[in-house]
Design a protein around this ligand. Structure first.
Ligand SMILES: NC(=O)c1ccc[n+]([C@@H]2O[C@H](COP(=O)([O-])OP(=O)(O)OC[C@H]3O[C@@H](n4cnc5c(N)ncnc54)[C@H](OP(=O)(O)O)[C@@H]3O)[C@@H](O)[C@H]2O)c1
Length: 282
């Protein structure tokens, strides 16, 4: 199969490159290959892909709030360019989206068919990308994920470890819930999903969910600092340009129906801790 991977240097893109290594790959990422560039659509279509894995995005949620033009240029217009290329090449496309397309006001889990109601600029730009893919393509997988972490990435786990190292104590939100998603597990599940040919909308996260506070506690336990003081706070007490949805917790209903499941997040986190030798210096 001929496969294009956008965002191939990113946290997920690197794992996708590994998961699809047996195929003919074209990897695209900044600074050489900007998906918002005028020639990018033709370049992707010219590769004649069978599959386009679109993982490139402007993922700095607070940066999106500060620069909405850039957020929409990359996450919406860039996605349009990639989707048009997939259409021209008659390729299937995977669009990686986010739990943040939901407003998180429900206590229940969000299913694939629930209506998005994005709040932040980042979330609105990603939801716009979803809409563009649905409008332009028949052969697509929209895959919503959450709280991604993986080798070599900058993510909640690495930020918590850095905070613990710097301050010897942490303040973490107890009222924000989500599904941690381990990038290698996600990449393997995506490889399984595209083999099915069952196009549609999917939620793919590790099984279970937790609060940021619970996740931070588990990270500290695995990093050998179970007693590091962690003060529970409300998300609103952490000043930042964007406020995350508080309970945008996903249920992987459609993937389960295809027999595609990811292990519990705690097991995945333990493997990540082992592989990356997570620890707090000092
Ligand atoms: N991380 C999460 O917790 C999370 C949660 C839900 C959904 N997602 C979605 O999952 C996907 C992968 O996320 P990730 O964590 O792997 O993100 P990431 O590490 O930020 O990777 C994204 C990659 O895309 C590149 N990129 C940005 N703008 C580009 C452009 N104009 N042209 C080409 N490449 C560009 C980035 O380059 P630079 O680094 O140079 O900007 C980066 O290498 C994204 O679609 C994201 O929205 C992520």
């Amino acid at each position: 199969m001929r496969v294009v991977i956008t965002g191939c240097k990113g946290q997920l893109g690197r794992l996708l490159t590994a998961a699809f290594a047996g195929h003919e790959l074209l990897g695209l990422d900044l600074p050489e290959d900007d998906i918002t560039g005028p020639m990018m659509s033709a370049r992707i279509a010219g590769f004649a892909p069978d599959l386009v894995l679109h993982a490139a995005a402007y993922t700095d949620v607070d940066g999106c709030e500060r620069d909405p033009d850039l957020a929409f240029r990359v996450n919406a217009v860039g996605t349009q360019s990639v989707a048009l290329a997939a259409r021209r090449a008659r390729a299937a496309m995977v669009y990686v989206s986010t739990n943040e397309v939901f407003d998180g006001t429900r206590r229940d889990l969000y299913r694939e068919w629930d209506h998005p109601n994005p709040l932040s600029v980042y979330a609105r730009s990603k939801a716009a990308g979803e809409q563009i893919v649905r409008d332009l393509l028949d052969r697509f997988y929209i895959v919503r994920i959450a709280w991604l972490f993986g080798p070599g990435g900058v993510n909640f786990v690495t930020k918590i470890l850095a905070g613990a190292e710097k301050d010897g104590a942490l303040r973490v939100a107890v009222d924000e819930f989500g599904n941690p998603t381990y990038a290698p597990d996600l990449a393997a599940a995506l490889a399984q999903l595209v083999r099915t040919g069952q196009f549609g909308i999917y939620h793919l996260t590790n099984a279970g969910f937790c609060s940021r506070y619970e996740l931070a506690r588990e990270i500290m336990r695995l990093a050998g600092k179970p007693d590091l003081p962690i003060t529970p706070i409300l998300s609103a007490e952490w000043p930042r340009p964007s406020q995350p949805p508080l309970h945008a917790v996903l249920a992987n209903t459609n993937a389960l129906a295809l027999g595609i499941t990811l292990r519990p997040w705690g097991e995945a986190l333990a493997e990540y801790a082992r592989v990356e030798r997570l620890h707090v210096a000092g």
